[in-house]
Design a protein around this ligand. Sequence first.
Ligand code: FAD
Length: 717
Amino acid sequence: MTATTDVPGAELHTIAGTDIPVITANTVVVGTGSAGFCAADRLWELGTDDIVMVTDKVGAGASRNAGSDKQTYYKLSLSGAEADSVDEMAQTLFSGGAMDGDNALAEAALSARGFLRLCDLGVPFPQSRYGEFVGYKTDHDPRRRGTSVGPYTSRSMVEQLEKKVARNGTPIYDDCRVVDLVVDHEGRSSAVRGILLLRTDVPHDGERSPFLLVRCTNVVYATGGPAGIYATRVFPNGQWGASGAAYRAGVHGKNLTEWQFGLASTKPRWNVSGTYMQVVPRFVSTDADGGDEREFLTEAIPDYGRMLTLVFLKGYQWPFDIRKARDGSSLIDLLVYRETVLRGRRVFLDFRSNPVRETFDHAELEPEALEYLEKAGVLFGTPIERLRHMNEPAYQFYLDKNPYVDLEQEMLEVDVCAQHNNGGLLVDAWWQSNITGFFPVGEAGGAHGVYRPGGAALNSGQVGATRAAQFIAARRTDDPVDPDAFAGAAEPVVAGAIALAETAAARRAGGAPDNTGDLLTQVQELMSAKAGPVRSPESIQEALVQVHEWLSTYSDLISADQTSRRSMNRTFLVRDILTTAYIYLSAMADYVGHGGKSRGSVLYTDPQGQLPLVGYGENAEAELDLPELFRFTLDGGALAHEVQETAWVAPAGDASGACAPSEIPTAEPAFSEILAREGADPAGLPVFRWRPVRPLPTGDDFFENVWKAYREDGNVH
Ligand SMILES: Cc1cc2nc3c(=O)[nH]c(=O)nc-3n(C[C@H](O)[C@H](O)[C@H](O)COP(=O)(O)OP(=O)(O)OC[C@H]3O[C@@H](n4cnc5c(N)ncnc54)[C@H](O)[C@@H]3O)c2cc1C
């Protein structure tokens, strides 16, 4: 049955006994960040203009709302006399460990193309008088491949791409939260058929359907990182992610354990990298009410010059790097973590006065720091005087934020925050997942390995989006399945969503208090306390037991106010977050079970390991007096050539989700369970496998041969 609806371009269909608007397009792009807009524009440029975009909030997302002192974009060198090559850049990316070589090569090969496209669209990357795009060295970067527009590089990218997509005339459906994917599982081959969305601006009063379906051939999933699983995060407000829906539909995950954490202010959320650290502020902690103020770094780092130097180094050694926790600057992150998580205190940066002493006794700084600050002409005064001398915009920045902070007058609250997920949904060389027609791009996809150069996330988003668009335009232009076949595939997910909304509303109507907000906070806080930058096998297990309990009893637990759109929205949001948290925690448990040790931005407690060391002077090799939780062993690259892959098996009898273990589309090795769970466990079953990284391709680059193949199929295969 079809009729007009209040959704432009949609037809009303009756599915699972309810009238629901359905939009039809070749491709839906989900998410309006830098990756999503890039994919939509590339598709349009390549002639695939039967596309729509959907998003939960067009103005949300990390690209538009996050940044740092100097937000970096990583690309092939395009200036100067230093040699660089696609091969060398691919090697750099690949050497991060646990990264697939085909993704590394594509990210290197397409980096100049993606970057120059942004320049042409109006992103003001600095260039010399002769057009050289000069660069600087960023972390894990042997060249000078980093560039920046300033604090808001990714915002500028989004703004220019958004204008272009508007000029293309691509429709954007705002206020649409992903609920579930519509996927056909036929034996070992699965194909996406569409997506189910909740319209968060529509009341649940029975007048109009609060749901919307898209029937399509391809889904480009640019929903960003699953930021919502952590409470302590520097992802902007309103960035949640939608990874749970993808796992529920059978999309595999990769390197899920690999998050990046670092020091950031929490109100407002912003990385305190670069100058904020280089001017060496005073670190203080207080009790929960702001009383009992004390400087705490000196407890573990009594040497004044050493302490100043480690704080200074945090400026350009920003992410928490476990290799630098042994005897380097990442000790600072651990000491902050001890105050906030282990001691329940609050930590602040005070720019108004110098650390420990009234004067800044710079002569005690180690040479690297001293030379830098001398060159910058700031061997004087207080941290705020140095900050305003070196980087006035960094001071102004906090004045302009909401809530604003005047660093001249008040302290800035900070913590060790989740900032980026290097892992994510599995992608192949064309950013297609294991589900045909489903392409995770940007931070939702898991293209990175353990370490990555600063700025590689933004490059990866542009490259993945371009690759997905190229593949779709060349190989996936078919019409979506017919309406009846689509209705059959969509029925279980629609029925499941309606049932969940009705059950939650009925419980609230029956008198149970609305618990959507509390559950959200509880799971986020649990994840930050037990599965953040410091994890132990016990803390992971503890969180796993709790999250499993919430998820497996979710439909008996959730109570939502039907008259509140926010509450109904959260009913689906919390399920997505719980699913994601459950799968991520299981991945951490599997990592430990596989012999994984501390690496990247994570410390895994190991009673056989060492505590961080004094690191200087006669006792350099002595262990510091720190909590046993900080005892760790470096993995030393032991698992750098392997990738952990994750799949979620739906509970037996659940027709809406992923397929049974025997049907998982899989190459060798097979997936294995790490948890003893019943087949009917309502939380489903996460399963894992470890496979070798896909190597860096060493294809034929003889021009005649590449050209011949290109004439046949554009080399899209
Ligand atoms: C503080 C900070 C500093 C950073 N600095 C750098 C840097 O210097 N260099 C670098 O390379 N990277 C950096 N990153 C990482 C980089 O910014 C992100 O990885 C990148 O912007 C992600 O882009 P994206 O398009 O994939 O996702 P986002 O820009 O996050 O967009 C996601 C989109 O999906 C939508 N969405 C989310 N959930 C749902 C849902 N459930 N349903 C529907 N829509 C949904 C959102 O509304 C949004 O439109 C930084 C990140 C942070 C947080």
